[in-house]
Design a protein around this ligand. Structure first.
Ligand code: NAP
Length: 296
């Protein structure tokens, strides 16, 4: 079994991005600038946004963090998004999800200019992705593709099971894995909460991508020997042995599944770090496109 090491791969990709920013600035380009919008004080969202801002600093990007109380109205939040759309210094905009229940995430995402949609959630970005046209890919599936590429894992012809069908992970992941690309070219089955015989689908899979949000859902009896496992889940569980009283686990029962696999991502230090790489690559791309560079 080989660990798909998010620390190693993300360090490699971040070095590439840093160098690209240096080269870009040497040619007169301006620093990429990410504007992150955070509503409320959900601790997980705070941590994710904090990490994104920290990565901007590390890679030589500018960043702006806009924080709003959870009482902000949808109309006010959309006005803030529009302000960022019209701010010429900003290249990429991300709105940290989830938003409070009184705000429609779809309406806010739809308000982001597609040219600045570095999370890749806007309908135009998704539509272009479906059609195989150049666009911003959703950061987590993009990061997973970068990881498969780094390890030169040839997924062509593989049976791939994606568990989860969210707009931000499961659905785009299913699409990217089935496209005529490298990596890609897999035969993909998308499973969800209404899937019957989940175990049967999983046992037939050469690669399982789990994005469910249920701790240790994928167990050893669901995995065939040699399977590749990509664990997207981030779940906090009680652990009295830890000082904090809790720890993070994925959607896969790592301890019992890992010995069966050819490759597996750990949680933490796996897919989460690749998501940041996807976001940063998209932001650099947005800055270059804004400056008129044609990007394939
Ligand atoms: P989500 O929007 O809650 O979607 C979860 C999906 O899992 C849904 O499609 C749901 O099916 C499916 N599901 C739930 N219970 C199931 C069951 N018992 N059997 C089969 N399918 C089931 O979650 P998400 O945003 O995609 O995130 C999934 C997980 O990934 C979470 O733990 C999240 O924290 C993590 N995540 C990690 C990263 C990262 O960078 N590592 C990024 C994003 C998300 P239905 O559609 O039928 O309800």
């Amino acid at each position: 079994m080989q660990l798909l090491d998010g620390v190693l791969v993300s360090a490699h990709i971040k070095e590439q991005i840093k160098q690209e920013v240096i080269d870009w600035q040497a040619k007169g380009g301006k620093k990429p600038h990410l504007a992150a919008i955070l509503v409320g004080n959900n601790p997980a969202s705070e941590a994710y946004v904090g990490s994104k801002v920290k990565h901007c600093e590390e890679l030589g990007f500018d960043s702006t963090l806009l924080r709003f109380g959870s009482e902000i109205s949808e109309h006010e939040l959309i006005s803030e998004v529009e302000r960022m759309n019209n701010d010429d210094s900003v290249d990429g905009i991300l709105v940290q999800l989830p938003l409070p229940a009184h705000i429609s995430g779809d309406s806010v995402i739809n308000a982001i200019s597609p040219a600045k949609d570095v999370d890749g959630f806007h309908p135009i970005s998704i539509g272009k992705m479906v059609l195989g046209q150049p666009t911003f890919l959703p950061a987590t599936p993009y990061g997973i593709m970068l990881m498969l590429e780094y390890y030169k894992i040839n997924t062509s012809g593989m049976n791939c099971v994606v568990i989860g069908r969210s707009n931000i992970v499961g659905t785009p992941m299913t699409l990217l894995m089935s496209r005529n690309t490298v990596p890609g070219n897999a035969t993909v089955t998308m499973c969800h909460s209404k899937t019957k015989n989940m175990k049967e689908f999983c046992l037939n899979a050469d690669i399982i991508i789990a994005a469910i949000g249920k701790p240790r859902f994928v167990t050893a009896d669901m995995v065939k020997p040699g399977c590749i496992i990509i664990d997207v889940g981030i779940n906090r569980i009680d652990d009295p042995t830890k000082k904090s009283g809790s720890r993070l686990v994925g959607d896969v029962d790592f301890d019992n599944v890992a010995p069966l696999c050819s490759y597996i991502t750990p949680v933490p230090k796996g897919v989460g770090l690749m998501t940041l790489c996807g976001l940063m690559k998209n932001t650099l791309l947005a800055a270059k496109q804004k400056a008129g560079v044609a990007v394939e």
